[in-house]
Design a protein around this ligand. Structure first.
Ligand SMILES: Cc1ncc(COP(=O)(O)O)c(C=O)c1O
Length: 366
């Protein structure tokens, strides 16, 4: 009945876990969710005010498909300010979240049968989007999750892309959430590399704007134009009000980010320390974003009332049932030895969740 392309499609497991935790909470079960991929902070006041002003002043109509000129200018300004990257407004397009931006890119570049190299473990949507378009995701193993790539490592990727005429999709959604080291965009390493790169970013993470849906890309004009043309037939412009909020987010004062980063940094340390104190768990300290990706393979073979733990999905089921904490199975990100926990939640909640997890692990047999 459904089209063939649906044969392999997996719905987003991170969103599914969030929905499950919410449903359990609605039944009165006290579940702590470490599944969310979004900051728990509220959108800053100045950004909300800009949206209200947009509504009140009648900015409620269709806009240019690829974004109002003010927003494309703000994106150019942001890329120059933060990364010393120069783009013209015609080299920028905005979409309904970076997820949508990425899909437009793959639509514009991937033919059926084309291979797309994806560092693994990966964000779940990359291979799914590629497959939806008939492309073939090829995992490149060894992406240390939470790592901040050095300029030297990125240069190697960039030079390979130039040499082989490959496109680089540089998803920089977590740029602002860097705790150790410095965020470098691969596009900043040489004009030749920049010409082969699409820089992708979002307002979701740095400005706590996940629900507003605003992502953007900068890159070669023909690709940006193709993405915009695709969008013109699919969704048209992202919400007009959100676009005005995004102008304020990107071009206004940036000091909320440092506060948020300081708080995430504290939480990161607490969570990693708690996890590494649990037998059977090994956790690398992430240097960016707001996730930890502990290796839980030391628990495999142990038994609980639901059976024997054989993989990451079993560990997540066990933790949800026994500790009432929601986590996401690493198998969906390309590694069955790991689970993912987000620390975009309050410090007290993290401490409570970690103590529940430790208590649950003590009950395992074998
Ligand atoms: C790596 C990565 N890229 C892109 C996104 C998309 O963010 P949005 O569509 O909210 O802009 C996410 C969100 O979870 C992400 O984790």
């Amino acid at each position: 009945m459904l089209a063939d392309r649906l044969a392999t499609l997996q719905p987003s497991p991170t969103l599914a876990m969030q929905a499950k935790a919410k449903a359990m909470r609605a039944q009165g079960i006290d579940v702590i969710s470490f599944g969310a991929g979004e900051p728990d902070f509220d959108t800053p006041r100045r950004i909300k005010d800009a949206a209200v002003r947009a509504i009140e002043s009648g900015q409620t109509k269709y806009t240019e498909v690829g974004g109002i000129p003010e927003l494309r200018a703000a994106v150019c300004q942001k890329l120059k300010r933060d990364l010393a990257l120069e783009y013209a407004p015609e080299e920028v397009t905005v979409s309904c979240g970076a997820k949508h931006t990425l899909y437009n890119i793959f639509m514009a570049l991937v033919n059926p049968g084309d291979e797309v190299l994806i560092p693994s473990p990966f964000w779940v949507s990359y291979p799914e989007q590629v497959q939806l378009l008939g492309g073939v995701p090829v995992p490149v193993v060894g992406n240390p999750t939470g790592a901040v790539f050095s300029a030297a490592a990125l240069r190697q990727v960039g030079e390979l892309a130039v040499e082989r005429s490959l496109w680089i999709v540089s998803d920089e959604c977590y740029e602002a959430l860097t705790y150790e080291g410095r965020h470098v965009s691969v596009a900043s390493l040489s004009p030749e590399i920049k010409a082969r790169t699409l820089v992708v970013n979002t307002c979701s993470k740095a400005y706590a704007m996940t629900g507003w849906r605003l992502g953007f890309a900068a890159g070669a004009r023909p690709i940006i134009k193709a993405m915009t043309d695709i969008q013109s037939q699919v969704t048209s412009n992202p919400t007009s009000i959100t676009q005005w909020a995004a102008v304020e987010a990107l071009a206004g004062p940036q000091d909320e980010i440092a506060k948020m980063v300081g708080e995430f940094d504290r939480r990161r340390r607490v969570m990693v320390e708690a996890l590494n104190a649990m037998p059977g768990i090994r956790c690398v300290t992430p240097k960016g974003a707001f996730y930890v990706f502990p290796n839980v393979s030391g628990l495999f073979g142990k038994r609980w009332k639901g059976g024997v733990l054989k993989g990451s999905a079993d560990v997540c089921a066990f933790l949800l049932d026994e500790a009432r904490i929601a986590t996401v199975a690493g198998v969906d990100f390309g590694s069955d030895a790991h689970i993912r926990l987000s620390y975009a939640t309050g410090l007290e909640t993290i401490k409570e969740g970690m103590s529940r997890m430790a208590a649950a692990l003590r009950k395992l047999d074998g």
